[in-house]
Design a protein. Structure first.
Length: 335
């Protein structure tokens, strides 16, 4: 089968590799679409994602497809089923798995990170992370279930109430998803700060964002928001998030920045304003919610997917030779 194999730092090779053999509790999937995200940029550049990727490896952790075969112990899906796949696989035995925090698993593995993923015609996964799709969720949209589930985990960590006023900082794909997920969870007003006028306008006109701020020439109001989601991961935007927080606010630090980065804040403000500053890592047990948000129409990803690539275009995209990409998915087959 055809696969795009990461063979070293910033090096891909198109290879013909064997079809994966599946264990009794695994599923073989014909890939339909695979999303490409910031984690793939990091893995391509030799940096870790949820875990380190050791070449040779097939990337692709945001995947949809059709079940081609199942192991003898699999009962939740069958050949022909349309599915999305949660890439994260937990050991079930470490301290964090046993205390209901599996995202912090000491032995985390992941499809498309530590084992071959969806940038290939077929891939395998444990049945426990394979989810059937409703008929009204397209394979293209289903490639976004994983990022939606990460946003759901982030909001699950917050205490949300309808009266709250929220700000999302970052108009990338994840920031725009957070706009819709916060609204779906009942927050009455969601504002968006970013740097691309077209994206800000789209979210105002189509997704009900009340106020937008282009931070290249506008300031974000200080001490004005009950909930702030930082979806960039840079010291400057992290500082903006703290500044925007009013008394009693919750700040979700979702954006993934450089490992060596840091930012300064006034510790007295944390005390005086009684701030909650919360990190968010991957997506434990949130796939069902993410699929339901897509199926119900409360989250619309079609307007956010700007490019559909074939495998041969992935390296050009990751090298920055394709401009204007809001969100890219790779089509492996018309299914």
């Amino acid at each position: 089968m055809k696969a795009l194999v990461l063979t070293g730092t910033k090096t891909f090779e198109m290879r013909d590799i064997p079809t994966p053999a599946i264990a009794s509790d695994e599923v073989l999937i014909d890939t339909a679409y695979a999303g490409v995200c910031g984690t793939d940029h990091d893995l391509y550049a030799g940096r870790p994602g949820s875990a380190a990727a050791v070449p040779p490896i097939v990337l692709g952790h945001e995947n949809s497809g059709i079940v081609a075969a199942v192991g003898e112990d699999v009962t939740n899906v069958k050949p022909g089923d349309r599915v999305a796949v949660d890439p994260n696989i937990y050991c079930g035995q470490c301290e964090f798995c046993l205390t209901q925090r599996p995202e912090l698993c000491d032995h985390l593995s992941a499809v498309g990170v530590t084992r071959d993923g969806g940038l290939a015609e077929q891939f395998s996964a444990p049945a426990s992370v394979v989810y059937p799709l409703p008929d009204n969720v397209s394979p293209k949209a289903a490639a976004a279930v994983e990022p939606i589930s990460c946003a759901v985990h982030g909001v699950d960590l917050l205490k949300l109430r309808p009266y709250q006023k929220a700000l999302v900082i970052g108009d990338g794909f994840m920031g725009q998803l957070f706009v819709q997920v916060l609204q779906a969870y009942g927050v009455h007003q969601v504002d968006l700060a970013g740097i691309v006028d077209e994206k800000l306008r789209l979210n105002a006109e189509r997704f009900g964002v009340v106020n937008t701020y282009n931070t290249l020439h506008q300031s974000v109001p200080e001490e004005s928001y009950d909930v702030i989601v930082e979806a960039v991961g840079l010291p400057a935007t992290q500082s903006q998030a703290i500044s925007a927080a009013k008394k009693g606010a919750q700040v979700l630090m979702f954006g993934v920045g450089p490992q060596e980065a840091s930012f300064e804040m006034n510790t007295y403000d944390i005390y005086k304003k009684q701030l909650t500053i919360q990190g968010s890592f991957i997506n434990p047990l949130t796939f069902c919610d993410a699929i339901a948000l897509l199926s119900s129409g409360k989250v619309d990803v079609d307007a956010l997917i700007s490019h559909v690539f074939v495998l041969e275009q992935v390296q050009d995209f990751l090298d920055g030779r394709i401009a204007g990409v809001s969100k890219a998915v790779v089509r492996l087959a018309d299914r």
